[in-house]
Design a protein around this ligand. Structure first.
Ligand code: IPM
Ligand code: MN
Length: 397
C-alpha cells in the first residue's frame, strides 16, 4: 500500500523547503552581512573570507555591506553576555550572518548556559535555521594529506545535513544536581522536526548523486526509532532518491573505510556534530570544512572548526574553511552560484599550486610551500580575480 503523503498538497519535485534563505539578495544586488568574528582564530580566518567576498562584490558589481558585532568570549568580556541583545537584533536585521568561532579555555569553569558556546546556540535558535549543511570533500591535491590511504579518500564527496535545533543540545529538562551527584539531559525529537530536516536532505540529494543515508541508533533509542520511521515515510515523496539507514557506530566506521559510498548523510544534532568532525579526516584537516545553516529567518554561515586558542594570532590558522563558508553564503543567500564556484575553483587552484597552511603540511611533500593565514587568503584572492576576469572576458566575446 502506498503510504499517505506527509504534507498535504505537496508533490514531488515541488520545492517544499527553502534550500536558499528567505532573506535573499535584493534586485539592487545588495546583501547585508553581519560579521561575528568571535574568539581565538575566528577574527583572522573571517578577515580572509571577507577579503574574498569584497573581491566578488567588486568584480560582480554587487553591494555587500559588512557590519560587525560581538559574540562568545569577547562578548562576555566586553558586554557581560555571550549573545548581547544588540548582536541578536543586528543578526535578525541582516541578510546573512558570517561567524568565525567561539570559545576559550578561560571560560571552561562556567556553567554551559554562561559559556561562549551558549551565545552560538542562542543565535542558532533565534535565527531558526534547523538544517546545518557540512560538505566534506576530498580535494585531489590533498589526497596524500589525509591519514587515510589516498585510494580510500579519492573521490569522496559527502554532504552532512545535521539537524541543528533539537536533540540533547536543547532538550529540557537538563541539570547537574551537585548535591545528588547526578546530571541529566533530554533527547527529544518531534516528527515535524524530523520531517523538515529530512526534506532538506532529499531535496539536496536530488541535485547530487541521489542517495541519502540516515544515521541513528534505532537499536537502542526510541527517539531514533521515531527518526527512522519518519525519514522512511518522507522518502516516499522522493521516488528518485535511494535511502538507506545506518547505526551511528557503524557509520563512524564506514566513513573511514568507504567514504566514497556516501552522498548525503542526514542525522540528529549530536551525531552530526561528531561525525562531521570525523569526516574532516577525509579532507585532511578540520580547517578545510565550511558550513551553512538554512531553513530559518536568516541563514548562518560558520566554518566547522573551533576557536583553536593555542594558535590564535600567530598566522598559523587555515582560512580555507572560512573562505569556503563564504562560497556557501553566496550560494545560499546570494543566489550567486557562479561566484560560489569561482571561489571553490580558486581554493582548488592554490592547493594544486602547493600552498599549505601548517595544518595541511603533513610530512615533507615535495613542491609544498607552507604559508601563513594571510598569505593563503591572498593567494586565493589572486586566483579568484584571475578566474572571474577570465569568465567575464569569455562572456564579453
Ligand atoms: C560545531 C561546534 C559547536 C557545536 C559548539 C561550539 C557549540 O562544535 O559547530 O560543531 O557543538 O555545535
Ligand atoms: Mn563540532
Amino acid at each position: 500500500m502506498r503510504m499517505k503523503r506527509i504534507t498535504e498538497g505537496f508533490s514531488p519535485g515541488e520545492q517544499s523547503v527553502r534550500i536558499n534563505g528567505s532573506h535573499q539578495m535584493s534586485a539592487n544586488k545588495q546583501l547585508k552581512i553581519l560579521v561575528l568574528a568571535g574568539d581565538g582564530i575566528g577574527p583572522e580566518v573571517t578577515q580572509q573570507a571577507i577579503n574574498v567576498l569584497r573581491s566578488v562584490a567588486e568584480l560582480g558589481g554587487y553591494d555587500f555591506q559588512f557590519t560587525e558585532a560581538l559574540i562568545g568570549g569577547v562578548a562576555i568580556k566586553q558586554q557581560g553576555s555571550p549573545l548581547p541583545t544588540a548582536t541578536l537584533d543586528a543578526a535578525l536585521e541582516s541578510d546573512a550572518v558570517l561567524l568565525g568561532a567561539v570559545g576559550g579555555n578561560e571560560f571552561n569553569q562556567l556553567s554551559p548556559d554562561k559559556r561562549p558556546e551558549a551565545g552560538l546556540l542562542g543565535l542558532r535558535q533565534a535565527l531558526g535555521g534547523f538544517a546545518n549543511l557540512r560538505p566534506s570533500f576530498a580535494w585531489p591535491a590533498l589526497a596524500t594529506n589525509s591519514p587515510l590511504k589516498p585510494e580510500v579518500v579519492e573521490g569522496a564527496d559527502i554532504l552532512f545535513v545535521r539537524e541543528l535545533l533539537g536533540g540533547l543540545y536543547f532538550g529540557e529538562p537538563r541539570q547537574w544536581d551537585r548535591e545528588k551527584n547526578s546530571a541529566w539531559n533530554t533527547l527529544r525529537y518531534t516528527r515535524d522536526e524530523v520531517v523538515r530536516v529530512a526534506r532538506v536532505a532529499f531535496e539536496l540529494a536530488a541535485k547530487r548523486r541521489k542517495k541519502v543515508t540516515s544515521v541513528d541508533k534505532a537499536n537502542v533509542l526510541e527517539v531514533s526509532q521515531l527518526w527512522r520511521a519518519t525519514v522512511t515515510e518522507v522518502a516516499h515523496d522522493y521516488p528518485g532518491i535511494t535511502l538507506d539507514h545506518q547505526y551511528v557506530d557503524a557509520c563512524a566506521m564506514h566513513l573511514m573505510n568507504t567514504p566514497r559510498n556516501f552522498d548525503v548523510i542526514v542525522t540528529e544534532n549530536l551525531f552530526g556534530d561528531i561525525l562531521s568532525d570525523e569526516a574532516a579526516v577525509i579532507t585532511g584537516s578540520l580547517g578545510m570544512l565550511p558550513s551553512a545553516t538554512i531553513g530559518g529567518a536568516v541563514n548562518l554561515y560558520e566554518p566547522v572548526h573551533g576557536s583553536a586558542p593555542d594558535i590564535a594570532g600567530k598566522g598559523l590558522a587555515n582560512p580555507l574553511g572560512a573562505i569556503l563558508t563564504a562560497a556557501m553564503l553566496l550560494r545560499h543567500s546570494g543566489n550567486l552560484e557562479a561566484d560560489a564556484e569561482a571561489i571553490e575553483a580558486a581554493v582548488r587552484h592554490v592547493l594544486e599550486q602547493g600552498y599549505r597552511t601548517a595544518d595541511l603540511a603533513r610530512g615533507n611533500t615535495p613542491g609544498v610551500q607552507v604559508v601563513s593565514t594571510q598569505e593563503m587568503g591572498k593567494q586565493v584572492n589572486e586566483a579568484l580575480n584571475r578566474i572571474i576576469d577570465r569568465s567575464q572576458a569569455l562572456h564579453a566575446v
